[in-house]
Design a protein around this ligand. Structure first.
Ligand code: ADP
Length: 825
């Protein structure tokens, strides 16, 4: 008997019988304690239950001794002590086997059960603490001190009671085995101890927990514990509830499906079209016969179809099995397109669709050449196209697929954290589906597509497993001939797929993955290249897409330049294409509305079409200023120019940096400052002023987090300019790490940074000497447009970046009053 059921019985007849006996129970008086508060009474050993005060419950009496105690107590109208065994397994408990706290209980008449066993109704009265056992045979007797509990609650306890009641209410709402009246009952209990005991008996707690609660003689302690337990219980119940409703909605769905099927069946019978269900199964069998499946898949699908056939169409699993069968039958297990390995054909195609991208094209042609010479060679490197957005990675992938005569599919891995997104969920999950790899293969419809995995640098990982290890398996030629998807549970052959990956940056690609990749860089374009790409590719395509290819719309070169400089600021050409598209659409609209429309887009018209410029070439309006240095940053979108502004204010020698600056960058600013201090004499700075001035350094575009050591020389230059009053040349940009002694160390992303400086019309770029090797990757026209200077030491930087003479007065703190007077004296 579950002690939960106390006076709330399911079985009504039993309940009736019991309730007739309760009156009798209530009439049994409590024992009167002696002057020490001690009572002596028979003990009713309780095996696997705990009786709490106020609780009315039937007790099963399995042992003869228990029957005797009950009979005697009832006959003499006396209470006994209900005492729970520590271990329910002990058959004949001795003194050491009981809990130290028991409950004085009233015992009703012995009830004989139909199966020959006996039980009695009991009612808990109050906790007692066992002092000693005065008799052990034939029945146990003990002396115990009555524990009187406080019946009132202080404010804190009242708050606790309210919280317990709230949680209890929530429990009742979720757990339908507790009757609603229990809450009403609980609401009307004013005593903290009683309330906790009442709730303890109402909710489902295990024996151990009940024992613990019985042993807690302090009501507020008990309340605290029950409060915690209830909160946990509510958590579990809520989870159960959620799972239940998910299952329910799944069931509802399949029932609806069934209903619709039945209706369809009826309609079809009406139309004389036969039983759709049998037809369905027949179709599936036929399909499984005709398509070429690997043996394992064939066996599985045949088995599943027969399972389906055995099932009544209304069975809830029907939908799930059906979906599974469809997945197996729809996958391209062995459809292979034939590769076109004609290298010249491929070369023509790549050239036709793309300007520039020499390295990428060459590598692709090599790949095709190797394939054509060694068609059986399975181990192919996996290409990884790395570069800022809009530099033609996807579009080149398309062309390669076209050249090879393969299907092209792509899937973005950006933001995936869960391994299951790649490998699927097991079918036991509700709403399970295969992972993205298998889904994409179905979309491809071919077993050997060109499969582009985008944004592998944005792959995450957390407690749900590491998606990159699943990805490794996908890409590994040793393993991917039998790729296992959790949903499919069949080995799927990915070895014929040509995988190409893309990324914006290499830095965040997991090293194990990077190891497998052959990196091809897409560096971004300079203005001249953008102009050519626009004229050859973007404009014709946009004209056609927007239906204006009929009119000879022309973009003046200056107009394109303006779009590039003032409306887009990017390494690639994605925004450029978008802006061109906007103009084409406007022209299309004017034409459609019968309005007059221009046939040449001149530079003057740009603002009319695109609104006010979005990027000003800031340095055009800037002048050479004190304390503002131009740095170069590297971001996922390619390079960017970045300003460092320094103001020197009166203060106490603090350096404050604002604009979302990371730790490394902060340290590098400190290094710059230390360098200045150590060389103060050379710059003609009185070292004393460092104590009296605060330095505020700000890196604008505060919303963008910045970090890394590569702004070191820029920050140092800005600080030195601010202290010496020597202005900085506005068209000198720089990048480089600085040491305390002013040495300049190499940095990453130099090519992107130099390109960004070029876009921003800088005239001079300062880079660390050890980055010299990176210059070969910079287009010649850029190198001739700008002066690129390599430096080893900060002194060289200052020579190039700073004017020799200060403008106005360099900062000088006001002398303190006392010092002034001293001097005057
Ligand atoms: P990514 O995949 O690198 O983000 P896309 O391949 O989507 O870039 O390129 C954006 C647009 O720019 C596409 O329409 C593409 O055709 C065009 N494009 C980029 N580079 C070139 C190029 N070198 N020649 C011709 N078109 C290009």
């Amino acid at each position: 008997m579950n002690q939960n059921d106390w006076s709330f019985q399911d079985d009504e007849a039993f309940n009736m019988a019991l309730s007739q006996r309760t009156d009798e129970l209530y009439r049994v008086p409590n024992l009167t304690p002696d002057e020490d508060g001690v009572i002596e009474a028979l003990v009713l050993p309780l095996r696997d239950m705990v009786i709490f005060p106020h609780m009315v419950t039937p007790v099963f009496l399995a042992r003869d001794a228990s029957v005797r105690v009950t009979q005697e107590a009832h006959a003499r109208n006396r209470t006994v002590i209900g005492l729970t065994q520590r271990d329910p397994e002990v058959e004949e408990p001795g003194p050491q086997d009981f809990l130290s706290i028991g409950v004085e209980i009233a015992v009703g008449r012995l009830l004989s059960m139909p199966d020959g066993s006996s039980s009695a109704l009991v009612q808990g009265r109050r906790r007692v603490e066992i002092l000693e056992f005065t008799r052990l045979e034939p029945v146990i007797k003990a002396r115990a001190r009555v524990i009187f509990e406080s019946t009132t609650a202080d404010r804190q306890t009242q708050a606790l009671m309210r919280s317990v009641l709230d949680s209890f209410y929530r429990c009742i709402q979720l757990d339908h085995s507790i009757p609603e009246e229990a809450h009403l009952f609980a609401l009307n209990i004013g005593e903290p101890g009683w309330l906790s005991d009442m709730i303890t008996t109402a909710v489902s707690l295990n024996l151990e927990e009940r024992q613990t609660l019985l042993l807690m003689t302090e009501p507020s302690e008990r309340l605290k514990r029950i409060n915690k337990l209830l909160a946990e219980e509510v958590d579990v119940l809520e989870l159960e509830d959620e799972i239940h409703s998910r299952v329910q909605s799944e069931v509802d769905r399949s029932q609806r499906e069934f209903y619709l099927r039945e209706q369809m069946k009826a309609i079809q019978t009406e139309l004389g079209e036969g039983d759709i269900w049998t037809r369905d199964i027949k179709e599936l069998r036929q399909k499984a016969e005709t398509i070429k499946l690997p043996e394992e898949a064939k066996a599985t699908v045949t088995k599943e179809i027969e399972r389906l056939n055995q099932m009544p169409p209304m069975a809830p699993e029907v939908g799930i099995i059906r979906t599974y069968i469809d997945w197996i039958l729809d996958l391209p297990w062995s459809n292979l397109s034939e590769d076109n390995l004609d290298v010249r054909h491929a070369a023509r195609l790549l050239e036709r669709d793309h300007y520039g991208l020499k390295k990428a094209k060459e590598r692709t042609l090599e790949y095709i050449a190797v394939r054509s010479l060694k068609p059986k060679k399975e181990r192919q490197p996996i290409l990884c196209f790395v570069g800022p957005p809009g530099t033609g990675k996807t579009s080149l992938g398309h062309s390669i697929a076209e050249a090879l005569g393969r299907k092209f599919v792509r899937v973005s891995l950006g933001g995936i954290r869960d391994e299951a997104e790649i490998r699927g969920h097991r079918r036991t999950y509700i709403g399970a589906l295969p992972g993205r790899v298998i889904q994409t293969m179905r979309r491809a419809g071919m077993a050997n597509p060109l499969f582009m995995l985008d944004e592998i640098d944005k792959l995450g990982s957390d407690f749900r497993g590491d998606p990159s290890s699943a990805l490794l398996e996908v890409l590994d030629p040793e393993q991917n001939h039998a790729f296992s998807d959790h949903y499919l549970e069949l080995a799927f052959d990915l070895s014929k797929v040509m995988f190409v990956t893309t990324a914006n940056t290499l830095g965040t690609i997991p090293p194990a993955l990077l190891d497998r990749l052959e990196v091809i860089e897409f560096p971004g374009y300079i203005e001249e290249e953008k102009l050519i790409i626009a004229n050859r590719f973007l404009i014709p395509r946009q004209l056609e897409e927007n239906g204006v290819d009929g009119i000879q719309l022309r973009f003046a070169p200056q107009a394109l330049e303006r779009i590039i400089r003032e409306y887009t600021y990017e390494a690639g050409v994605r925004n450029l294409e978008r802006e061109i598209g906007r103009i084409c659409r406007k022209v299309a609209r004017w034409k459609a509305e019968g309005k007059h429309y221009p046939t040449t887009i001149s530079s003057r018209l740009i603002e009319k079409f695109l609104g006010p410029p979005q990027f000003f070439l800031t340095e055009a309006e800037r002048s050479d200023e004190v304390g503002v240095a131009t740095g170069l940053a590297w971001t996922e979108n390619g390079g960017e120019i970045m300003f460092v502004e320094v103001a020197v204010l009166e203060g106490k020698g603090n350096l404050q940096i604002t604009g979302q600056v990371g730790d490394v960058m902060q340290e590098s600013a400190q290094a710059g400052l230390s360098y200045l201090k150590s060389r103060a004499a050379v710059f003609g700075i009185d070292t004393e002023i460092f104590e009296r001035l605060d330095i505020h350094m700000h890196l604008p575009e505060g919303a963008i987090p910045k970090d890394g050591p590569s702004a070191g020389i820029t920050m140092a230059t800005a600080i030195i300019s601010a202290f010496t009053g020597r202005p900085l040349y506005k068209d000198v940009a720089m990048t480089g790490e600085i040491t305390l002694r002013g040495r300049v160390l190499p940095v990453g992303g130099v090519r992107e940074k130099v390109m960004a400086a070029h876009r921003a019309n800088m005239k001079v770029v300062i880079i660390p000497e050890r980055n010299l090797k990176d210059l070969v990757e910079i287009p010649k026209s850029v190198r001739t447009d700008m002066k690129i200077v390599t430096v080893k030491h900060m002194d060289e930087v200052l020579d190039i970046a700073l004017h020799t003479e200060p403008v106005g007065e360099p900062p000088r703190p006001r002398r303190r009053q006392d010092e002034q007077t001293q001097e005057e004296e």
